[in-house]
Design a protein around this ligand. Structure first.
Ligand SMILES: Nc1ncnc2c1ncn2[C@@H]1O[C@H](COP(=O)(O)O)[C@@H](OP(=O)(O)O)[C@H]1O
Ligand SMILES: [Mg+2]
Ligand SMILES: [Mg+2]
Ligand SMILES: [Mg+2]
Length: 352
């Protein structure tokens, strides 16, 4: 009997790999007119839209009944107000169709719709298939076509993130990190890694080019070599709280700052010991697509992930994780110490 979610895993890997090729190819040619600033002031590029179109097109054909909670929507592309936005739509369509061309080497099936040229309307509809509201029951995919768009724009870390959630529990996570060095110690060496986890079946990694998967287990970390992983963007996670937290745990190494869920990937293979994300007080609610695949990866690599109070993340509340109590992920022993340290820092802050 095939392992649970075997087909979903195969389709998700194929879709994420195709999106990674697309985003990498766009980066070198990206021009400013192909980046739109969203209402919340965050950026979205031609590559975010095209990657969401590709992944949703494949999911729609492979699993027609599954709803998708995707970050982007096609509003700007449907009603372009400027010549630049018209050009953006045409480029999204061209890029998505290019990325959906059949590959003679990949293990893919025709019924996933690979190779069929899509019209602009079909691709915009595929993007908007990501507007599902989420909720506690049933199957749904969570997609972040480019997590860390700011990292993507600065040539730093970003990740194409896809997860399958069933009855509020993340069962499968696939993440592609085109700019992540295969060996963190060799930043100029080969780049591009894929991370895969299925609940109850473990976590694994491979390069973007070779299909061989290598199992991942969070290594034990002695307190003297604890290193914190945190967002590069100070608005996304409180750097000042992290500094107090680090002091509390006697961490002397400087934090490893990078954009996107690449932090979960780094953690799962032992680059950094703790991923800490603390709210900055702007009332932001974390989105499920920013943490779904990372959370199952860390869990399956043998680690623990909770909010800053030690409570589980709830992926069944809708498009967000609800009120923001931060996130902490680490191997189980380090995680328990981290929760205690957070509690102490919060108590000291409350006394001030
Ligand atoms: N004020 C805020 N607090 C926390 N996260 C935020 C935020 N504003 C945006 N984000 C999210 O942070 C993500 C990037 O995570 P990180 O900080 O780990 O690099 C963004 O994903 P996108 O780049 O997909 O929009 C966005 O969803
Ligand atoms: Mg975004
Ligand atoms: Mg994101
Ligand atoms: Mg994104």
């Amino acid at each position: 009997m095939a392992a649970a979610f075997a087909l979903e895993k195969q389709v998700a890997i194929s879709a994420v790999l195709r999106a990674c090729r697309l985003t990498s190819s766009v980066f070198t040619k990206l021009v400013t007119s192909e980046t739109v600033t969203k209402n919340d002031k965050s950026p979205v590029t031609v590559a975010d839209y095209a990657a969401q179109a590709v992944i949703n097109s494949i999911l729609l054909r492979a699993f027609p009944g599954d709803p998708i909670v995707g970050e982007e929507d096609a509003k700007v592309l449907r009603a372009p107000e400027t010549e630049a936005q018209k050009g953006l739509r045409a480029h999204v369509v061209a890029l998505a169709n290019e990325a959906l061309k059949p590959s003679p080497t990949a293990d893919e099936r025709a019924e996933w719709g690979i190779g069929a040229e899509r019209t602009a309307d079909e691709l915009l509809d595929a993007i908007d298939r990501g507007m599902y509201e989420g909720g506690p029951r049933g199957r749904m995919w969570a997609l972040d076509p480019i997590d860390g768009t700011k990292g993507f724009l600065r040539g730093g870390q970003y990740a194409v993130c896809l997860a399958l959630i069933v009855d509020s529990v993340v069962q499968l996570g696939v993440m592609g990190c085109p700019n992540l060095p295969v060996d963190w110690e060799k930043p100029e060496g080969e780049k591009g890694c894929l991370f895969v986890a299925v609940r109850g079946q473990g976590a694994a990694t491979r390069t973007l080019t070779s299909p061989t998967l290598h199992p991942l287990h969070l290594p034990p970390v002695p307190p003297s070599s604890y290193q914190l992983l945190e967002s590069l963007e100070a608005l996304h996670s409180s750097h000042s709280f992290s500094a107090l937290f680090s002091q509390k745990l006697g961490i002397t190494r400087p934090p490893l700052r990078m954009d996107s869920q690449a932090k979960y990937c780094a953690l799962a293979r032992g680059d950094g010991a703790i991923y800490l994300r603390m709210p900055t007080g702007v009332g932001y609610r974390e989105k499920i697509w920013d943490h779904a695949s990372g959370s199952v990866l860390v869990t399956e690599a043998g680690g623990a992930i909770t909010d800053s109070r030690g409570l589980p993340l709830d992926f069944g509340l809708g498009r967000t994780l609800g009120e923001n109590f931060g996130i902490v992920a680490a191997n189980k022993q380090v995680h328990a110490r981290a929760i205690q340290a957070i509690k102490e820092v919060k108590e000291e802050e409350a006394k001030l």
